[in-house]
Design a protein around this ligand. Structure first.
Ligand code: ADP
Length: 478
């Protein structure tokens, strides 16, 4: 209970919270509806009533005028008068009543409209060249105003006949008063209800967001086991999916970074130890023996190469990741790039053991960032060499047409297991237990390849069979 009270107080102060805003909108909406009803009922009711009456009287008048020639015209007149509660009269051109007539009226003089009124209603029709007119008049003997319809019926036997309809406007003030009192009560109840209901609705609507924010706080504190809960709304489901995905990626990266530190430390330590011990060996043992000394020096050089490769990988990674470098596209020949990269490998004696079978055909020109694509080719060939300990034949295929150029680096090495295929493109990912030379590689090469190719929007992938070899490829668009 105290928790609840605290909550409400906190939310009232926090005017930017979803809960407060939703609540505010709900209540404003309810108030707006109430105000509209008020305005309509109290201000516009009388004029609305009058407009409706005018409309009704006009309709009846026009209908009757249209029926004037019909045989049962008089019956219709009485019907309308009775059903609609209207006073309907037909007058001749002297202003005398023709309808309604009672039998004895034949013997006395027919009642007549005051000439002044007759002229006002009907005389003006001819003068203004109109068929009918509507008036709102206030008769002295009547309290309430009337709507008068004055229309010209037609000419029969040389005499003009007129239609007169009178509808008294019943006072709406009393009704308005009753409605007003009712509205005060209804408004009060509605507002209180809107306040209460909307508070709970808003609280319910904002609940998953509050929950999510709490989970995110836990994640921020370093608890990677938290789960963003789904439920209630599609949008929230989407959001928790995204956040869960982000959390998984974050966890993966953190774990891989831990791995990297371990790997890199190991990768640095091993060659350094080798270099140190071989250096000592040269100093103490092989110094004067040229043949042995050279052998030891070769090992030192090769280990230094490994160190250089590792440092280069780390540098490339930070370059690619920092996104500072944008791609600078130019047109160049992919085949030229291949030979340029292969030349770099040739410097290292070990690589001469490998046989490169190059097949190039078609238009091999592409438009891309040359140095970055060189790096892709370098990393792919480097992997092909590293993971082909026995069969040292590597095939490189470049084939191009007017739209695409494909590059394949096919080795007959150890291949990749099905379950590792998706992981190899991730940062710091190294297939465990099957490294031909575990001291080689940082798990960064393919991540760099992937990042560069995605920057170019080039399709890429690998076909591989464990124990048989791999075909790494990318397709450059022109
Ligand atoms: P690394 O520096 O470890 O080679 P990469 O990102 O280049 O890192 O490759 C990731 C992993 O993918 C490697 O550890 C290796 O297990 C696997 N891999 C890459 N290329 C090949 C290949 N040509 N043949 C077999 N496995 C490969």
């Amino acid at each position: 209970m105290t928790q609840e009270v605290k909550e409400i107080r906190r939310i009232r102060i926090d005017k930017n919270s979803i809960l407060f805003k939703l609540w505010k909108y709900f209540v404003s909406f309810a108030a707006l509806i109430l105000i509209s009803i008020w305005l309509f009922q109290t201000v516009f009711l009388s004029s609305f009533y009058e407009t409706m009456k005018i409309h009704e009287v006009t309709k009846v008048g026009n209908q009757l005028r249209a029926e004037y020639e019909s045989e049962d015209f008089e019956t219709k007149l009485s019907n309308y008068a009775n059903t609609k509660g209207l006073e309907i009269k037909v007058l001749d051109e002297t202003g005398a009543w023709v309808f309604p007539l009672r039998l004895f009226d034949e013997f006395i003089e027919r009642p007549r409209m005051i000439w002044e009124n007759f002229d006002k209603f009907f005389g003006s029709l001819k003068r203004d060249n109109r068929i009918y007119k509507i008036y709102t008049v206030r008769y002295e003997n009547l309290k309430d105003p009337s709507i008068i319809y004055a229309g010209y019926l037609g000419n029969t036997n040389g005499e003009d006949y007129y239609l007169y309809i009178n509808s008294v406007l019943k006072p709406v003030d009393a009704t308005v008063d009753v409605i007003r009192r009712m509205l005060i009560i209804i408004s009060f109840i509605s507002l209180v209800m809107a306040l209460i209901i909307s508070y709970f609705v808003s609280k319910r609507l904002s609940r998953p967001l509050v929950r999510m924010s709490n989970t995110a706080k836990e994640l921020a504190k370093g608890d990677y086991k938290v789960e963003f809960r789904k439920g209630e709304y599609t949008e929230i489901d989407d959001l928790s999916n995204t956040l869960n995905y982000a959390k998984d990626e974050l966890t993966k990266t953190i774990e891989m970074r831990k791995d990297l530190v371990a790997n890199v430390s190991h990768d640095l330590k091993t060659p350094l130890t080798v270099i140190k011990s071989y250096g000592e060996m040269i100093r103490d043992i092989s110094g004067p023996n040229e043949e042995l000394r050279n052998k030891h020096l070769e090992t030192i050089i090769s280990e230094a190469d490994n160190l250089t490769a590792l440092v280069n990988d780390l540098l490339d990674l930070s370059k690619v990741e920092s996104n500072l470098e944008e791609i600078k596209k130019e047109e160049f020949n992919l085949e030229d790039s291949l030979y340029y990269v292969l030349d770099r490998f040739k410097i290292n004696k070990n690589y001469s053991e490998y046989k490169f079978n190059i097949k190039s055909k078609g238009n091999t020109k592409i438009k891309a960032d040359k140095s970055k694509i060189n790096q892709v080719i370098y990393n792919l060939i480097n992997n092909a060499i590293n993971y082909s300990p026995d069969n040292k034949e590597i095939e490189i295929v470049i084939k191009g047409d007017s739209k695409f150029t494909e590059f394949h680096c096919i080795d007959n090495g150890i291949g990749i297991k099905e379950e590792d295929i998706n992981g190899i493109w991730d940062r710091f990912y190294r297939v465990r237990d099957n490294h031909a030379r575990p001291e080689i590689g940082t798990g960064l090469g393919l991540y760099i390849v992937k990042t560069i190719l995605e920057l170019h929007d080039f399709e890429y992938g690998v076909h591989s069979k464990f124990g048989e070899g791999s075909d790494f490829y990318f397709i450059a668009t022109k």
